[in-house]
Write a protein that binds this ligand. Structure first.
Ligand SMILES: [Fe+2]
Length: 630
């Protein structure tokens, strides 16, 4: 390893430190964090004679599309392998105004990270002829775009060793003219979520319209019937709501306005249509595309119910930018399988670690765009992960920097979920014969805390004769995992993960406890206090005696390694990208399946067949007192 690589490794290690905790996955660096944009220098005049960047078309979304492809042609007479093309939005990124001059004493000209980048020699023959052409995908993100050619690499690192004191850093040599969507403020990327009760569906979307400029609403109704209009609430947040860097500095980007409308008194299982819109002051309406959804079943309803659960999906760029294969290599596969399979499931639970924006706010728009084909049609229920929430000294349980300064604000605003207080990311969902208790592993869950109280309340208030299938979820592994970093510390769980909770899972007969955070798949036997309490492996019947623990963190982010010794309770492990599906056929029959994201096929499954009396009967530590009286 040469000095240059030592220096590069140091830069990468610093970036990694922002993305990981000591006990968390060590891989995975937000690609935008590799760019030392605040150290870039501007050389537009020097190279004006030969350097150029041109993007076509300049007017985007002519047919009101929210996602378009742009061709970028560029070149100059001094091409190097370190040259790169950056996309900036807003287009005017050389404003010279930095938010925290005291943080950057050299007063750099560039204070905003690009929204994506690609190496110039991604285009064949760039190094030979000095001319390149690439195609980039853009989404409507409320502002205009410009494309810039940089030389000198992404980072500020010493290419030739410290003795020569020669620093290579990004140098801007050319900028394109602006490209802009026909209506940059258009409402985009709707996301459904079940409300506080089963008969309430919420739709959340993003636009560039503040409520003073246009009135947000949803027009909706039963398929074939006339629609009604229901107003939406509007939220946003500002740079000051961010807790640290880069979210407060180079990663900041205006989030626009986030609107949520509530569609209430839904008839179970009925098909509804909806269309989001904004009424301008002159009475005209800016509409988004129409969509349909199926209303959730009533709690206890006996009908086919299918639920997708996974975590840690992340995002990637379909144009290959941001070195996408290095960050969340499986995310587009998972997304595409779920889009293809839309007719075969009813609701989605993404249990934390969503875009891994890590303080680069533009990435939240990119993520909502990526999952919009799913979330516009199925309730997309989210949980909080370390990459959404964690930041030191901000009230979370983990004093680490995994959110890149976001401290939960974008996640808690961009998505709706039926929590009492959305700063506390815990809530329950009744979906037909299921109850989900969604916990927040980034806040203290131990006995005596408000979250523990919520968990016990959620688990204890479900009537199992009508809702037999009781599911617990959290992002970090509060149950069991034979992932290597947990095994190395001898815990096989997040430290203090199950110590308080396992007696609740046992007492209230939780069927399955789901976790992410560990980026692989693993399923245990029915388990209590580290002991298998049932010798069956795939066709369970009668009393379960314990809870089955599932890690479903292979949604797309780089994979995590297992420990070599396989614990007795570990029944199936798969070191690959995948997601899981629960199918309740009726009150006594449940199917669990694990699918790989690469082909959508089932690689592990089990069934549970049992009756109400099997849930009621006595199991270890959960026997109810009886009297001898007759
Ligand atoms: Fe995580």
């Amino acid at each position: 390893m040469g000095m240059a690589h030592v220096a590069l490794a140091a830069v990468l290690a610093m970036a990694a430190a922002a993305a990981t905790a000591s006990a968390s996955p060590a891989l995975g660096i937000q690609p935008l964090s590799k760019i030392a944009i605040h150290k870039a220098t501007v050389h537009l005049d020097l190279h004006r004679s030969s350097a150029y960047v041109r993007a076509t078309p300049a007017l985007l979304g002519n047919q009101d599309e929210d996602t378009v492809w742009v061709t970028v042609k560029y070149g100059w007479d001094n091409p190097t392998p370190d040259d790169w093309i950056a996309v900036f939005s807003p287009a005017d990124f050389i404003s010279g105004t930095c938010p925290n001059p005291e943080r950057y004493p050299a007063e750099p000209l560039l204070c905003t990270a690009p929204i994506k980048y690609q190496y110039a020699n991604y285009s064949a023959n760039y190094l030979k002829g000095g001319k390149g052409s690439i195609r980039l995908q853009l989404i409507n993100q409320r502002a205009d775009f410009s494309f810039a050619l940089f030389t000198g690499g992404l980072e500020n690192w010493n290419q030739r060793g410290s003795s020569e004191n020669f620093e290579v850093q990004p140098k801007l040599v050319s900028v394109s003219k602006k490209a802009v969507f026909k209506n940059p403020k258009a409402p985009v990327f709707p996301r459904l979520a079940q409300g506080k009760t089963h008969d309430e569906m919420t739709v959340t979307w993003t636009s560039g319209y503040d409520v003073s400029e246009a009135y947000p609403f949803v027009e909706w109704g039963m398929a074939g019937a006339a629609g009604t209009r229901t107003p939406a609430g509007t939220l946003t947040f500002n740079r000051g709501s961010m807790c640290g860097e880069p979210a407060r500095t180079v990663g900041w980007r205006e989030p626009g306005f986030i609107h949520t409308a509530f569609m209430r008194n839904l008839w179970p299982n009925k098909e509804y249509f909806y269309k989001i819109g904004h009424e301008l002051s002159d009475g005209t309406v800016v509409w988004a595309k129409p969509y349909t959804f199926r209303a959730p079943p009533t709690p206890g309803q006996n009908s086919l119910q299918r639920i997708i659960v996974f975590g840690d999906m992340g995002k990637a760029e379909r144009d290959g930018s941001n070195e996408f294969a290095n960050y969340q290599p499986g995310s587009l596969n998972t997304t595409d399988r779920l889009i293809e399979d839309l007719d075969n499931y009813d609701i989605v639970f993404h249990i934390g670690d969503m875009p891994y924006a890590n303080g680069y706010l533009s990435q939240w728009d990119q993520f909502t765009a990526q999952v919009a084909p799913i979330s516009a049609k199925k309730p997309y229920m989210v949980a909080s992960g370390n990459h959404e929430r964690d930041w030191p000294n901000t009230g979370g349980f983990f004093d680490v920097e995994d959110s890149g300064g976001e401290c939960g604000v974008p996640a808690e605003t961009m998505y709706y979920y039926p929590a009492e207080n959305r700063a506390n990311f815990w809530y329950k969902v009744d979906y037909g014969m299921f109850r989900f208790c969604v916990a927040d592993s980034e806040h203290d869950w131990r006995e005596g805390t408000p979250q523990y109280k919520f968990i016990e309340e959620c688990l204890s208030t479900v009537d199992r004769k009508h809702q037999p299938w009781l599911i617990f979820t959290a992002h970090r592994v509060l149950g069991y995992s034979s992932n290597s970093w947990y095994a190395d510390q001898g815990s096989f769980e997040e430290p203090e993960g199950r110590e308080s909770l396992q007696k609740l899972w046992q007492k209230y007969r939780v069927d399955i406890a789901y976790f992410g955070h560990v980026h692989n798949y693993e399923r245990t036997c029915p388990l209590y206090q580290s002991q298998c309490v049932n010798s069956e492996k795939s066709h369970y019947s009668g009393t379960m005696n314990g809870t089955i623990f599932v890690v479903a963190g292979g949604g797309g982010s780089h994979l995590s390694e297992y420990t070599t010794a396989i614990p007795k309770w570990s029944i199936f492990r798969d070191h690959d990208y995948g997601f899981t599906k629960l199918t309740a056929f009726n009150h006594s029959s449940l199917l669990f399946e694990y699918m790989k994201s690469s082909d959508g096929k089932v690689y592990d499954s089990f069934t549970i067949h049992r009756d109400y009396r099997d849930v009621l009967s006595c199991v270890h530590d959960s026997c109810f007192p009886t009297t001898l009286a007759s």
